[in-house]
Write a protein that binds this ligand. Structure first.
Ligand SMILES: Nc1ncnc2c1ncn2[C@@H]1O[C@H](COP(=O)(O)OP(=O)(O)OP(=O)(O)O)[C@@H](O)[C@H]1O
Length: 687
């Protein structure tokens, strides 16, 4: 195997220049090259002449480019490159979307091979976005089989990659240890690794390709899930937690004006189980907007304080920190618990005093924004940290909060529920609790869409609700370029609405550029019913809770993503009155129309996030991950859900057999896993 791990520069036929180019593709060893999978295949067993084409055929055509390609740019910055290709029987039009640079590569007179679906267009046959390869010699055409097409980079030709790949495959043959043992391969109907690597590059038929792909996708998910399970074990094994006693919380439950829902109760019990252990809790609470996560957090903090320790709750915005602070004080001051609010707008003097009180333990619970808490606070004895998913921190950041070598219990809250299988990958290192019901009596929020030019009707409807004593949010257009412009536009909108449509109502304004004090004052007035309509930017997106507000009108809703729309809509429907969400839009793109349609169709956060992820694609989805987990090169969490499930089953089985994941029975698997997670382990400081 070592020969496969040497520097690729020493491979036959690879010089320093080529090696440099390969590095750009993240290939520095022959083994990396083996794992540089084709992005597509040219099925050259189906080469056809143009006059043999039938509409719908998936075929390969070899031809010569006629003339310069025609490049069309439209207003939405979409580019269309079009040219004609001829062979000795006819011609076909080829169109590439958004690949203007191809114009320089595909020159008049050059010979290329395109592979794709032939369609009948206005001017005869056409092919849209086919895969293509340049033909340099007649040899290229003769290969009569399925030829891989690799992600390439400048200066590296497909043919070169192909040649290197076959050479490496020769080297690797019989040199590859299979880290999935035969017993597990048999059970999961997997071919061996050697076969899979060979045939993912050079399959002789579809079946070989399918079998190989299945094995490699399985492989990636398998190692990832095992690795994540290992991380969980590691965290548990090596860290010191503070076992807390489960006491006193019934008192607080009794004092609440409502009974917990059964999912809230289940979640609370899961947390209680965790915090009684000597290892730190690492738990994610997933709950749809308005499902009542805050009270669970408060209960956990309360128990922590009753045990004589401090707790901290971090919020993504000051408004939310303020709101949590109020809820906590309201509920906990009766029990003589001291809560501190740590936000940027404190005076120097206030901040110094607060920090001192936190350090000497006279403040029990600290609420604040992440930035502040992470940078400067020294706790006397912190036992519980609560954060949200975007700001969830890795082990390294967590140490910033840790005193005396003890790790606090960690609770991560998210209002973006995602399907369980996906959560297992995204949050594989956390235990997961799900609050999957809303408090009783909640009505579905009625969502309607309305075109920009019919907005007047929407405003009339808002007035009717206000006249019944309810309140409304009007969210201003999202301006991505700058918060300042956004603030400006919100201010203008508020002025205009106040002076034209809503002259008889009290209109308030909220945006990110306001001082914390001003924001707080506006939020308080809105909460107290002194403002009828709150014109706001998306600063109200997360967490804000004003049950009497029943209308959420979102201007230019086409500019928002689904998750954000759902979050915004979640600001209403938080009490017993019927609530409404009005999406004012001027949709042009299909994807924006689709988003609006989904919002109108469902209130269910799980369904919405699933669709959202599908619309956005896995790339962005995985962008959320902050740590250096191994990337997925061939597996796709959307396309390969079935395989993911099979893997999940297998991993669970393995863990049942070998709960400490020693993998003693499978030393090669153990080694592969360690290699794969090396970087991650280093980052989080596991030995
Ligand atoms: N079991 C319950 N019965 C009745 N009302 C409840 C219950 N649990 C929570 N609530 C109330 O429901 C409202 C929403 O709860 P909370 O603010 O905790 O939601 P959330 O899950 O944090 O939502 P978001 O993610 O939107 O911030 C609050 O007014 C809260 O007091």
């Amino acid at each position: 195997m070592d020969i496969l791990k040497q520097n690729i520069q020493f491979l036959k036929g690879v010089g320093p220049k080529t090696a440099e180019r390969l590095i750009k593709l993240n290939i520095s060893t022959p083994l990396d090259l083996l794992y540089h999978f084709p992005r597509d295949y040219d099925d050259r067993r189906r080469i056809k002449k143009i006059n043999q084409l039938v509409a719908g055929d998936k075929v390969t055509i070899i031809g010569e480019i006629i003339g310069q390609g025609r490049l069309i740019k439209n207003r939405r910055r979409l580019t269309v490159l079009q040219f004609a290709l001829k062979d000795d029987t006819g011609r076909i039009f080829i169109t590439f979307f958004n690949m203007p640079y191809l114009r320089n590569q595909l020159k008049a007179g050059s010979k290329i091979m395109v592979n794709g679906e032939a369609k009948r267009g206005l001017n005869g046959f056409e092919m849209i976005n086919p895969t293509y390869s340049q033909i340099d010699t007649d040899e290229d055409v003769k290969i009569n089989r399925i030829v891989p097409i690799y992600p390439a980079t400048e200066g590296l030709k497909q043919n070169q990659l192909l040649a290197m790949q076959s050479y490496v495959l020769e080297l690797s043959s019989n040199n590859i240890e299979d880290h999935i043992p035969e017993e597990l391969r048999k059970k999961n109907r997997l071919c061996n690794l050697d076969f899979a690597l060979k045939h993912i590059h050079f399959p002789l038929n579809e079946k070989q390709l399918k079998v190989s792909k299945y094995r490699l996708v399985f492989d990636e998910f398998f190692l990832l899930q095992l690795g994540l399970a290992g991380i969980k074990k590691n965290i548990a094994r090596f860290k010191n937690g503070i076992p807390l006693k489960k006491k006193g919380y019934l008192q607080l439950l009794d004092a609440l004006p409502f009974k917990l829902t059964s999912s809230q109760m289940r979640t609370l019990n899961e947390i209680l189980e965790d915090i009684q252990r000597p290892t730190p809790m690492n738990r994610l609470v997933q709950g749809d907007v308005g499902s009542g996560k805050t009270i669970i957090a408060i209960l956990a903090l309360y128990i922590c304080v009753l045990n004589g320790y401090q707790g901290v709750m971090m919020a993504p915005t000051e408004i939310l920190a303020e709101q949590h602070y109020q809820s906590l004080t309201q509920l906990l001051s009766q029990f003589n618990i001291r809560v501190g609010l740590l936000i940027g707008s404190l005076t120097k003097q206030q901040k110094t005093t607060l920090l001192k009180d936190i350090a000497n333990g006279s403040v029990d619970i600290v609420v604040g924004t992440h930035a502040i808490i992470q940078e400067a606070v020294d706790f006397k004895q912190l036992a519980l940290a609560i954060t949200d998913e975007q700001h969830r921190f890795g082990v390294r950041q967590r140490t910033a909060l840790v005193n005396k070598g003890v790790d606090p219990h960690l609770l991560v809250m998210t209002a973006t529920p995602i399907p369980r299988t996906l959560a297992l990958i995204l949050y594989g290192d956390l235990d997961i609790s799900i609050i999957d019901e809303l408090p009783p009596g909640r009505k579905d929020i009625k969502t309607v869409e309305i075109k920009e030019d019919k907005k007047g009707r929407a405003y009339d409807f808002v007035k009717k609700q206000l006249d019944e004593g309810r309140q409304a949010y009007i969210v201003c257009p999202l301006v991505e370029e700058s918060e300042a412009i956004e603030a400006h536009s919100a201010t203008e909108t508020a002025e205009e609405l106040k002076n034209t449509v809503f002259t008889n109502y009290r209109v308030g304004l909220l945006h990110g550029k306001m001082k914390a004090r001003e924001k707080e004052a506006v939020m308080t007035s809105f909460k107290n019913g002194e403002i009828d309509i709150l014109v706001s930017t998306t600063v109200i997106e997360v967490g804000v809770n004003v049950p009497n507000a029943t209308i959420m009108l979102i201007e230019n809703s086409e500019r928002y993503g689904l998750a954000q729309l759902h979050q915004l809509r979640g600001r209403v429907g938080r009490g017993s009155h019927q609530s409404y969400c009005i999406l004012v839009h001027d949709c042009k793109s299909e994807i924006a129309k689709e988003r609006v349609k989904i919002m109108v169709e469902t209130n269910n956060g799980f369904v919405i996030s699933e669709k959202d992820l599908a619309l956005r694609g896995p790339g962005e989805f995985f962008g959320i991950r902050q740590h250096g987990l191994p990337e997925l090169k061939i597996a796709d969490i959307f396309k390969h859900v079935k395989i993911l499930k099979a893997v999940e089953k297998q991993v669970a089985e393995l863990l049942r057999e070998d709960p400490d994941l020693t993998l003693e029975k499978y030393p090669i698997l153990k080694k592969a896993l360690e290699e794969k997670f090396e970087q991650f382990y280093e980052e989080v400081g596991f030995s």
